[in-house]
Design a protein around this ligand. Structure first.
Ligand SMILES: NC(=O)C1=CN([C@@H]2O[C@H](COP(=O)(O)OP(=O)(O)OC[C@H]3O[C@@H](n4cnc5c(N)ncnc54)[C@H](O)[C@@H]3O)[C@@H](O)[C@H]2O)C=CC1
Ligand SMILES: O=C(O)C(=O)Cc1ccc(O)cc1
Length: 292
């Protein structure tokens, strides 16, 4: 049980962490930090909804007595956030984050502190939605979902264990991996798919007949295009932060698409069938292995 959870960034993810911690009785009180004036309506709503007990516009007050601090702001803001946290850092408190990229978050902490403190435990919930803000937050968002922790060599194992227990108690299945492996895997399974969805929906949206296209969109397009409703600031930050992993995937994707174009141009029906069959079988293998 934590005495005081401090959430920095009370949006979809920070709000859902707060709701889940409250629902499971994992902390005595929950406070939040509200940096900029434009964040205040969201924080007032969070307080009205009972997601947080109160919020502070001063980082020192927000962090006072906090024994668990979770940063859930867009990854591009993290350097600035850790600069603000630094003067109030407490060696006994557990600090973590929810950022979608891990290399950039660790680099942000390192830039702010000159090293990565052993009580900072980088983490990423593989759960979320295309919606933003505290009004979209849910206590069960992390139930039966995965949570990745990417400890560094010097990360205190007791803090890793504490954070793992916290996430397990809010329903997540916890995996540990290196920062680099995380960013390679997530570039493929999350970052590239979001770029593809933004690109396709943008392309179709620019077409004259867009009203017709969206009117007759079948289920597949609706499923695939849902993530193009995601927050542009958040995704701008993620894509720039992990571009080293994303760019080679875009190049491979372009080559695969050109291959399909060639098959169509040459009426190579059998090869087209084989290409689609390979993908279908691969997906079935993933479902058989990982669908839980
Ligand atoms: N949306 C999703 O499905 C998932 C998002 N994430 C990660 O979680 C983090 C938060 O994402 P969401 O909750 O979706 O975003 P959100 O937009 O719903 O919430 C972010 C909150 O941070 C606040 N904020 C932004 N800059 C700030 C600053 N400088 N100081 C104080 N507060 C600030 C905003 O006012 C907002 O309330 C991001 O790092 C994202 O990459 C991780 C897993 C899933
Ligand atoms: O809405 C969806 O399907 C998502 O993929 C949500 C999501 C967004 C960012 C993450 O880092 C993890 C999960």
């Amino acid at each position: 049980m934590f005495k005081r959870l401090c959430v920095i960034g009370t949006g979809l993810i920070g709000g859902s962490i707060a709701r889940a911690a409250r629902a499971q009785g994992l902390c005595e009180e929950i406070v939040a930090f509200g940096g900029r004036e434009k964040n205040l309506p969201n924080l007032q709503l969070a307080q009205q909804l009972g997601v947080i007990d109160r919020f502070y516009t001063d980082m020192g007050q927000a962090l006072a007595e906090a024994d668990l601090v979770i940063v859930a702001t867009p990854v591009g803001s993290m350097r600035n956030i850790f600069e603000l946290i630094k003067p109030h850092w407490h060696p006994q408190a557990l600090y973590s984050d929810a950022g979608s990229t891990k290399g950039s978050v660790v680099a942000a902490v390192e830039a702010a502190f000159g090293h990565v403190p052993n009580n900072f435990v980088p983490a990423h919930p593989i759960a979320g939605a295309e919606r933003s803000g505290v009004d979209a937050s849910q206590a069960d968002l992390f139930k039966n979902r995965r949570l990745i922790i990417t400890p560094l060599e010097n990360t205190d194992r007791q803090f890793v264990e504490k954070l793992s227990n916290f996430w397990r108690q809010i329903g997540s299945s916890v995996s540990l991996m290196s920062v680099e492996h995380h960013d390679t895997v997530l570039a493929a399974t999350s970052h590239l798919p979001h770029i593809l969805a933004f690109t396709l929906v943008g392309l179709l949206g620019r077409k004259d007949e867009q009203r017709e296209i969206f009117k007759y969109a079948a289920g597949g397009f609706k499923d695939f295009s849902r993530i193009a409703s995601s927050d542009p600031t958040m995704w701008q930050d993620i894509c720039l932060a992990n571009k080293r992993e994303i760019i080679p995937l875009i190049q491979q994707f372009k080559a695969e698409l050109s291959h399909i174009e060639q098959l169509l141009t040459n009426d190579q029906a059998e090869q087209l069938f084989d290409t689609f069959t390979y993908a279908r079988d691969a997906r079935q293998r993933f479902l058989d292995t990982f669908d839980d």
